[in-house]
Design a protein. Structure first.
Length: 403
């Protein structure tokens, strides 16, 4: 089995690398001599891509954190304990998580004192020294649906299809640990999995994989972007679904496509603006959605209290959980976020926990702020595209990269 997995992985890796080797004239002119857009490709044959400098962590003091004494940090304590449930067996986290369990009255003063005694804040900067980064928002949407296909419930949410291959590239090269490719077998060849347009046009074997049918294709699309949500069934019960897998195609912003096509001004390319355009142009909905070839498959989750589970495996806490790039910020770590509220200059400075990841969350400083459940959270998330600074709080003595 291991030999077979290595053979498939090597074949798919060669397929994707060869795709990088033949850029179009436009790609060559725009990006030469580096690799054309191909996120799964580690290199282009014969071309040495520029070495990206890793983000840097600079030790700081708590006094340097803007708004540190004003935040109600006690509101983040339950989220911190949730992180500890996932991290408590890791040597670097075990001592602080053990001490956290002894905090009897986790009010703001006690939580602030605990963090100052046990953690060191590190300012996050990009490899180029930039301390400002993009902060977006996401939420858990509510859709209407049915277990059976009948009007108006005509748009399926699928579980992963049986022919979807998920290949761990560490089987080919240990340096590629954590990288996975998706594909399918075509005879003896390994080829990329079907795109969104191909899946919607019936090319993929997804019949029988329907979890639920919903009544709005636009809402179904944004559910894939958010990664999890709830569906109210016809009998009033709720069904919770979450990310299970993805077809391996890169995420492309349909908002950017609308702006570049002259369909929307930049200031209206929010989630709400995109939804308004889609409802005003139903005949072009397929054209719009297919600009993003990425397609997300779901799994049914227990409809428990609290937020949806993030990549850390613990429920997300509204306005206290963020998604990060785990290559640069350890999942579960407390983070001090200094940004502004959606479409505003009003400060948003608070303690949050890095408990999730996302396909579009790449680099550092970079964060996706979880607003919670429902339409109010969706309104805030859809408008949020702010600049912000971040400090990751690490236990004293935490082994830093390169040390």
């Amino acid at each position: 089995m291991l030999k077979h997995a290595r053979t498939i992985a090597a074949a798919l890796l060669m397929l994707l690398v060869s795709a990088c080797a033949a850029p179009t004239a436009r790609e060559t002119a725009a990006r030469a001599p580096s690799c054309p857009p191909c996120p799964a490709c580690p290199a282009c044959p014969g071309v040495k891509p520029p070495e990206a400098r890793a983000p840097t962590l600079t030790a700081a003091s708590f006094a340097e954190l803007p708004g540190w004494t004003a935040d109600a940090v006690g509101e983040a304590w339950s989220a911190f304990l949730a992180s500890c449930r996932a991290l408590r067996f890791q040597p670097a986290w075990q001592p602080v998580c053990t001490e956290a369990a002894k905090v009897a009255s986790p009010g703001d003063a006690a939580v602030r004192a605990f963090l100052e005694a046990n953690f060191v804040p590190f300012r996050i900067a990009s490899g180029d020294g930039e301390v400002q980064g993009l902060v977006t928002g996401y939420y858990e949407p509510l859709l209407r649906g049915s277990r059976a296909r009948r009007a108006p419930f005509l748009y399926p949410l699928y579980a992963p299809p049986d022919d979807l291959l998920v290949i761990d590239l560490a089987a080919v090269n240990p340096e590629l640990k954590g990288l996975r490719l998706r594909g399918r077998l075509d005879g003896r060849r390994v080829v990329p999995y079907y795109s969104r347009a191909e899946i919607d046009n019936g090319a993929a074997p997804v019949a029988g994989k329907e979890i639920v049918w919903v009544d709005d294709p636009v809402e179904a699309f944004f559910l894939q972007v958010q990664g999890s949500g709830r569906v109210r069934l016809e009998d009033g019960r709720f069904l919770r679904v979450g990310y299970a897998d993805q077809n391996g195609h890169p995420y492309r912003s349909i908002g950017r496509w609308l702006v570049e096509s002259g369909e929307l001004p930049v200031g209206e390319a929010s989630m709400q603006g995109i939804q308004r355009w889609a409802r005003a142009n139903p005949q072009r909905l397929g054209e719009l959605l297919n600009q993003n070839p990425s397609y997300v498959f779901f799994r049914e989750l227990p409809d428990a209290d609290g937020g949806p589970p993030g990549a850390l495996g613990v429920p997300l806490t509204p306005e206290r959980s963020i998604a990060v790039d785990p290559r640069h910020i350890p999942l579960g770590a407390p983070v001090w976020l200094a940004t502004t509220r959606p479409a505003s200059d009003a400060p948003l400075e608070r303690l949050v926990l890095a408990q999730d990841t996302g396909g579009a969350i790449r680099g550092a400083p970079r964060a996706d702020f979880f607003w919670g459940f429902g339409p109010d959270a969706g309104r805030e998330a859809g408008r949020m595209r702010q600049q912000g600074r971040m400090w990751v709080l690490l236990p004293r003595g935490f082994p830093l990269p390169g040390n």
